[in-house]
Ligand binder design. Structure first.
Ligand SMILES: [Zn+2]
Length: 326
């Protein structure tokens, strides 16, 4: 009898278990289906938004000087790929707009013209890139810490090879801001007799802009400029052509942005260790509430990449938020 009951009980239990299993499976199916429908809905909304944004972007007509034809042919293939992906790029840029900060304000901070609102902001800026040796490491660190930076690029480094062009795309896609640092960065040509040759300088800026547009798509546009050596060096040398530069920059709605902190990775004693760079940074940051930090990601600046994690951690600990310059 006992055996019978136990058997019956087992059968019932088995039946219940099977039923539970069926219900469980059905619930899982329903959940998966809901998630699937939800993802499709979200996807549709995002794609819809991107398409609207893309329509809003007004592509600027670009006149391409004959001197850059070779470069353009060189990167034409890459450009086709990017153009296809530019909708995607714009979506990323849209999202990363929350990290941007007005360039005029940044410039005013550098020139001590901005009132201190007490908010601590750090602008990490990297000049002279891209380099295939240092830039990827910098980008990896920035990605690890989810920090956005501003890169002032040199055209002649961009067109060096496919990898360099790919790095510019990566900078853009990962939400960093891109600025113009001239095509050649050539001292004797841009500043003959230590005076800026404004037409030559602007040609070089334009040439760099064309390279950037060729790599990032024709609707890419940057208004931020970093003068090689800094605008401050032109003031220091009492450059008589500076007013001429000011007029043309204003005309072109471009803005020159210097720095108020430097880690001196391209000045003073060469080959400083990452600890030395970090020590300089701490000293220069001091009690400033807004810091525009000059660093370099060009060839040979590996110690800058090595110092970057400590720099970011220090600034975060001090309560700085990171912004890009726009
Ligand atoms: Zn430079």
């Amino acid at each position: 009898m006992t055996a019978f009951y136990i058997g019956d009980d087992n059968i019932t239990k088995y039946g219940q278990a099977a039923k539970k299993k069926r219900i469980k499976r059905r619930n899982v199916k329903i959940k998966l289906l809901s998630i699937f429908i939800f993802l499709i809905l979200i996807g549709t909304i995002i794609i819809g938004k991107c398409l609207t944004k893309e329509e809003e972007v007004k592509a600027e007509p670009v006149t391409i000087p004959t001197t850059t034809t070779t470069i353009i042919n060189d990167v034409l293939q890459t450009n086709n790929e990017i153009s296809k992906g530019s909708t995607k790029n714009h979506a990323v840029s849209e999202e990363c707009k929350k990290y941007t900060y007005n360039a005029e304000k940044v410039s005013a901070i550098v020139n001590y013209k901005e009132k201190n609102d007490g908010q601590k902001i750090a602008f990490l800026t990297f000049d002279d890139g891209p380099s295939t040796t240092v830039t990827p490491k910098i980008l990896d660190v920035l990605k690890d810490y989810n920090v956005k930076a501003t890169f002032f690029l040199i055209g002649k480094n961009i067109v060096q090879n496919e990898k360099s062009k790919g790095l510019v795309k990566r900078e853009f896609n990962e939400g960093h801001a891109i600025g113009n640092h001239t095509y050649s960065h050539k001292w004797n040509m841009l500043f003959p007799n230590n005076k800026i040759n404004v037409p030559t300088f602007m040609d070089d800026v334009k040439k760099n802009d064309n390279v950037l547009k060729t790599v990032l798509g024709q609707d890419f546009n940057t208004r931020i400029l970093r003068v090689p050596g800094g605008y401050v060096s032109r003031i220091y040398y009492k450059d008589p052509n500076l007013p001429e530069l000011d007029v043309i920059l204003k005309e072109k709605n471009m803005i020159s942005v210097d720095w108020n902190v430097e880690i001196r990775d391209a000045a003073g004693k060469p080959n400083k260790s990452s600890d030395e760079l970090f020590t300089i940074l701490k000293k220069q940051v001091g009690t400033k509430s807004k810091v525009i930090i000059l660093m370099h990601d060009t060839y040979g600046k590996i110690q800058t990449a090595n110092a970057l994690p400590q720099i970011i951690e220090y600034l975060k600990y001090q309560g700085y938020e990171f912004r890009t310059i726009k």
